[in-house]
Design a protein around this ligand. Sequence first.
Ligand code: HAM
Length: 419
Amino acid sequence: MYTAPRGTHDILPEEWPYWRTIIDEIHATAARFGFEQIDTPIFEATGLFVRGVGQGTDIVDKEMYSFRDKGDEEITLRPEFTAGVMRAYLENGMHVRPQPVKLYSIGPIFRFERPQAGRYRQHHQFNVEVIGEQDAAVDAEVISLAWHLFSRLGFRGLALQLNSTGCPRCRPGYLTRLVAYYNQHTAAICDDCRRRLQRNPLRLLDCKNPGCQPIIAGAPRIGEHLCEECANHFADLRSHLDAIELPYTLNHRLVRGLDYYTKTVFEVYAEGIGAQAAVCGGGRYDGLIEELGGPPTPGIGFGSGIERQILTMKEQGIAPKPLPQPALFVAYLGSAARLAAFRLTRDLRDADLAARLSFGARSLKAQLKAADRAGARYALILGEDEVKADVVAVRDLRSSSQQAVARADLIDWLRAHLA
Ligand code: HAM
């Protein structure tokens, strides 16, 4: 017996009310904010992610599903959306469209992680990108979009964490200070941090190891070393969030696990799914498009794990919208009625009336039981007599009353009674 690969899961029919509730709300939210949908391939050239997400990040160093395909191309299953969307922006000349270009996507993401609650090897993201505008109002709009979605879904206990990680002008100076500080404490830090100190010093601030916490607490703070432009941008963003009373906490340790971020970074947490599991994370990436070979173009976006949104709904007891079930069940008795039932079912569906059809040669009792179990409102019964008289026996499954309706009047009758 085969089982689903570790860290993946089947989305069974009973899970779909959650998925549909969230996906419907995503489309509605995106429309309210004036975003357009884009789909990019699930796999891309490996180099795109190495370049975009950055060597030295966990994603690129440890988590990518990379392989050489049968045409000898180096391919990677996308470990995030942003790099692929930027590639699409460049490849399709989207810079000639009115800027900013506001895009969203929904789809699977692959990361070779250690599976645990809310952390999978295949998960799905709702991803948002705004490309071509550096106004801090865009940062605020992107954040408020996430907030709006989660509020519409009924999430409680939302917490937004905010930071600025500077830009190529001010960050190197900060990193020099950070490295100098850590070099005085190498004996006290964990092995991972010793590695981070060499490869990706900003990530030192993100260490969860208890022994490293006092060192982090004493580390220089990036907020105190921002250049004027970054400091003004951050203040402008904050004043926009204040204007809509969107609450946030400043977290000078928030640095995120992807290399492309500049200036704004943020994460949103929801009550009930654990402090380690952000329901949304993102930030500004003003250097990414240039890094990928395009002209200097600012951008900002976020990704939000749909499985984590579902966990939040479940933990908070938020009921999804039930999916509609056919109100009609077509039953038949005897071989003479079999094809008539098949034809009737076709006609119902053509008339936009959802219907299930009975299969096999079962007793009327068994068919009515099946109709009941399927949650149908009416059973439409055809036997030899009904076929001859060109009528359908309509049985109301709530009242168990039954009446003959002429075949020619049936669609109108059903429309009137189901309305
Ligand atoms: P990220 O923080 O790596 O950012 O992922 C975004 C969100 O995806 C997380 O906040 C979390 O909700 C969900 N997520 C990530 N990994 C997993 C996993 N293994 N299992 C379940 N859920 C997960 C990015 O991917 C950036 N591309 C976001 C972005 C867009 N930044 C700018 N634009």
